[in-house]
Unconditional design. Structure first.
Length: 215
């Protein structure tokens, strides 16, 4: 009598439907539902049903709902960074590279379903000191570092100070566009960023020449 071999167990992440793993389906559902309705409003059971996965898959992959929210925010961070850096890299002029950040933001405002900054919304509902606050902090640190680098390339008199100012404009534009449902706020936001850059360059005595960034 032959022995019966049990089929190999598959990790939840490798179980695929339509070519997508359980992890990919859970993150896609989290992106859709958390962003549209809020991380506290949407429960675990709804995410699982929407993703079409077993309940154990979520806990095996993310540990908890907070872990899923953390992964959701990390995916938003990655997507935002990819979009902004692609816009920046289309230019060689340091000035245009900096302003491209606001142009990329303006395109996001015009997308159907835009509801403001995912990090602001998630942080407003999250406990202090948790994974969500950490994810939001990483995103904000990345944005500030990007602004500082671009400001230095453009010849700002004080790149860190200008970066802080630009981040305030960026944050404010996102809040206004989301709350007012008005994507045209991108135009005055870009104009404000340009005015701040010009003021910093004037303070430094005209700044460095707007030389192209080497490819």
């Amino acid at each position: 009598m032959g022995t019966t071999t049990s089929p190999p167990s598959r990790s939840p992440q490798r179980e695929t439907v339509d070519g997508r793993s359980a992890r990919e389906r859970l993150l896609a559902s989290a992106n859709e539902l958390f962003y549209a309705e809020g991380v506290q409003t949407v429960g675990i059971d709804r995410i699982i049903e929407h993703a079409g996965v077993a309940k154990g898959s979520l806990y095996n992959l993310f540990g908890s709902k907070e872990g899923l929210v953390r992964a959701y925010l990390a995916s938003r961070h990655d997507a935002t960074a990819e979009r902004i850096l692609a816009a920046v890299e289309r230019h060689r002029s340091p000035r245009k590279r900096l302003l491209a950040v606001f142009e990329a933001q303006g395109l996001l405002f015009a997308e159907p379903g835009f509801r403001g900054c995912a990090f602001v919304a998630a942080s407003a509902e999250a406990p202090t000191g948790g994974l969500i606050e950490h994810a939001a902090g990483e995103y904000r640190t990345w944005m500030r570092a990007l602004f500082t680098d671009l400001a230095a390339q453009a010849g700002a008199s004080d790149p860190r100070k200008l970066a802080r100012q630009l981040q305030v404009v960026y944050d404010g534009a996102g809040l206004a566009a989301g709350m007012d449902g008005d994507p045209s706020i991108a135009h005055p936001a870009r104009a404000a960023a340009e005015a701040l850059l010009d003021a910093s360059l004037e303070k430094s005595g005209g700044g460095t020449p707007d030389r192209a960034i080497p490819r």
